[in-house]
Design a protein around this ligand. Structure first.
Ligand code: P6P
Length: 349
């Protein structure tokens, strides 16, 4: 008999599952529901899991080995010890550049499109990723994460181009993240709901721990960096003052939680509800977070879990990208919380 504990969210956390489901089994079962599938997307998802394990191993060692920042340290082989985010970026590139499923990649760490080496086949998919978001937090043992997004290519064949990378988030075929925290979790969607897998490092397997993740329709936690309060536009200040008003009948004031690591803040929002935001400021009117490999993949996860993802003015997944590394203001989380934020940001309230 499985023991299922209910958290504040609607997602039951399966602690002793009736059946043990590995991520590979889950991917195969999802593919089986699509007889027309050739298995290329499944192979990409297998490799996402592999990349997550490779990076988790190094992130979990980071506290032991000074592998952060410009260490200038050389290891026993006399090699320069890599910065952890360079290592994570290489994990993605070296895992995905030869499988034959991709025609081009885009990385937060690399200015230009990453081409598939000419000796390898080009495939029908495109991968965008932030290999290690929030890496500056590792020194203080705060959770960090990898965020990724998969599209079908737009161009016909051969090496992919910027046209294949500059997309509208609604075209994503899969998206997700790996959060490297007290445990390592892989959370993803292929457009048929959101599933969460927890890594059992003793067997090196991601096991299904959060089936069909659904976000509460409303929450009482808001998350943003209030240090920028004096830089926020008036609409944002009024919204915050609304959340902070002492009105117990309406469940206010809400609680503030901010980790400063997007994957950790979004993961908490997915599980407990509420809202995570990185608004525009007078200093950064376009916001800070990136559209293609942060806002879009997390936006797909939010929507698939019954939530919303907005720029404050429009649905994030409706935006047509014009630059690979373009930034965007973002409000994402429970439907009622995001709708309220949009009412303030659009002047309705
Ligand atoms: P700030 C981490 O540096 C990051 O890219 C995201 O993970 C996080 O949400 C945001 O920046 C934090 O930015 O300006 O609050 O330090």
């Amino acid at each position: 008999m499985s023991s299922v504990s209910k958290t504040a969210s609607k997602t039951p956390i399966v602690t002793r599952p009736n059946e043990i489901v590995t991520i590979e089994r889950h991917i195969l079962d999802q593919q089986a529901a699509h007889p027309e599938a050739r298995g290329d997307l499944s192979k990409l998802l297998y490799d996402i899991a592999l990349t997550g394990k490779l990076i988790a191993r190094e992130v979990n060692k980071a506290g032991l080995v000074d592998i952060l920042g410009e260490t200038g340290v050389t290891n026993v082989q006399g090699e320069t010890v890599q910065k952890l985010d360079d290592f994570a970026n290489e994990c993605f590139v070296k895992t995905f550049d030869h499988g034959g499923q991709l025609c081009v990649m885009g990385s937060e760490e690399v200015d230009d499109p990453i081409q598939i080496p000419s000796k390898f086949e080009c495939g029908d998919y495109v991968l965008l990723f932030d290999p290690l978001d929030g890496s500056s937090n590792i020194d203080v043992n705060v959770s960090v994460g990898s965020i990724w997004s998969i599209y079908r290519r737009k161009t016909e064949s051969g090496p992919g181009t910027l046209e294949d990378l500059l997309r509208c988030g609604a075209e994503q075929v899969a998206a997700g993240y790996v959060v490297y925290g007290s445990s390592t979790m892989l959370v993803y969607t292929t457009g048929e709901g959101v599933s969460g897998f927890t890594l059992d490092p003793s067997i090196g397997e991601f096991l299904l721990s959060h089936p069909d993740m659904q976000m509460p329709k409303a929450g009482t936690v808001y998350s943003l960096n209030e240090g920028y309060r004096n830089l926020f536009f008036d609409s944002t200040v009024r919204y915050l003052e609304h959340l902070q008003t002492n009105d117990p009948d309406s469940g206010r004031p809400h609680s503030a939680r901010y980790i400063g690591s997007m994957v950790a803040d979004v993961h908490r929002t997915l599980l407990y509800g509420g809202i995570f935001m990185y608004p525009a400021t007078k200093k950064a009117p376009g916001g800070k977070l990136r559209l293609m490999y942060e806002a879009n993949p997390m936006g797909m996860i939010m929507e698939q879990a019954g939530g919303m993802a907005s720029t404050g003015k429009e649905r994030i997944l409706d935006i047509q990208a014009t630059e690979l590394h373009q930034r965007i203001p973002l409000y994402m989380g429970s439907e009622e919380n995001v709708k309220l934020a949009v009412e303030f940001e659009t002047g309705v309230r």
